[in-house]
Design a protein around this ligand. Structure first.
Ligand code: SF4
Length: 357
């Protein structure tokens, strides 16, 4: 018999029962999302894939308008494959992580080249550009009904709580993946994948989970133990390194601004940018930055600096500005009214805003 004050440890019901509870909850509470097939309709693999790529590292609220614009302009895979990379990068502006947009375009072309049909299994999907383990599982399950677990941060959190897994992330990942995989039902696996996503996004939230509304409340060990909010545990974050650079804001006699295209490979690949020095660990002195400028001019410092956080480092960009006449420079002189037509990442929009003040 359990002693007084010792929390009761609920026994977890069998996987089929848990899956049934979650699916019944999903049938009542599923989110209406622009990429989700209406109840009873067959999912469109193109829309499923497009939404999953857009949702990588971005929220549903941010993705919604982008998704609508993309499918209005490119309603099927063939039309997206025929678009130019520039058009896609431009439409992607503001979603960040531009490698995803380049891969999106490359993937559309690769699928178009194989007759316009996505592979229906995870292994085939993973061979396509921009599709990793999670996206392959999500597309295979949702678009093709494959019996597989799509395990992202939301699902990891739900599993850590349901089974009260105290091992820290990322060490706990393989166990959480196994626990999630064991629950996937043979039937309605696509709905189950979306139900698990919805539960993590709307009920088993990182802060203040709404256990009172949860279909797994009776089974959940973390809820019984009162430790839901502290799970999943995580290894302490490493501090992000700081990098420094100097951007060169050159304006010609017609008011046009010098932009250039970043190399295709690497960070912000293929995007347009205000030319800058390398981004390095130590700040640049003004004299040093002037020597690294695209050409000699009367560069003057613009007050304030632009700060931007990337996944693996934080960047501080100082700005040097100059008015120039008939200067030849590697890049493109863009009239002020046409700057918005360029595929510019958020960082460069911040630089333009700071330099134009
Ligand atoms: Fe998450 Fe609470 Fe449901 Fe457990 S009962 S899975 S902690 S929302």
């Amino acid at each position: 018999m359990a002693g007084y004050g010792v929390p009761r440890r609920p026994s977890i019901p069998d996987p089929a029962r848990l899956a049934g509870q979650l699916l019944a909850w999903y049938d009542r509470h599923r989110r209406v999302l622009p990429w989700r097939a209406p109840r009873g309709a067959a999912p469109d693999p193109y829309r499923v894939w497009l939404s999953e790529i857009m949702l990588q590292q971005t929220t549903v609220a941010v993705v919604g308008p982008y998704f609508r614009r993309f499918v209005a302009r490119w309603p099927d895979l063939g039309s997206l494959a025929r678009a130019s990379l520039d058009e896609v990068l431009h439409a992607w502006q503001g979603l960040g992580y531009y490698a995803r947009a380049r891969n999106l375009h490359a993937c559309a072309q690769a699928v178009a080249a194989r007759g316009g049909r996505f592979p229906a299994d995870e292994a085939g999907l993973r061979e396509l550009p921009g599709i990793g383990a999670y996206t392959a599982a999500a597309v295979a399950a949702i678009a093709f009904g494959a019996r597989t677990a799509a395990v992202d941060g939301n699902v990891e959190r739900v599993m850590a709580r349901l089974y009260a897994v105290r091992t820290r992330l990322p060490e706990a990942k393989p166990r959480l993946r196994d626990l999630a995989a064991a629950l996937v039902p043979a039937a309605r696996s696509g709905d189950y994948a979306q139900a698990a996503m919805d539960l993590g996004a709307t009920v088993c939230t990182p802060v203040k989970p709404k256990c009172g509304l949860c279909p797994w409340r009776a089974a959940c060990r973390a809820h019984a133990l009162g430790i839901a909010e502290i799970l999943p545990r995580r290894a302490p974050k490493k501090a992000k390194p700081q990098r420094h650079g100097v951007a060169f804001w050159a304006v010609n006699a017609k008011g046009a601004v010098l932009l250039r295209r970043r190399p295709e490979k690497g960070l912000l690949g293929g995007m347009m940018e205000v030319p800058s020095t390398a981004w390095r660990a130590t700040p640049w002195s003004e004299a040093e930055a002037k020597r690294a400028a695209p050409f000699r001019a009367r560069w003057r410092r613009v007050p304030g600096a632009v700060r931007h956080g990337f996944t693996h480092f934080d960047l501080e960009l100082e700005i040097l500005a100059a008015r120039v006449n008939g200067r030849r420079a590697p890049g493109l002189w863009v009239a002020p009214g046409r700057i918005k037509d360029q595929a510019l990442p958020s960082l460069m929009k911040k630089v333009i805003a700071a330099a134009s003040r």
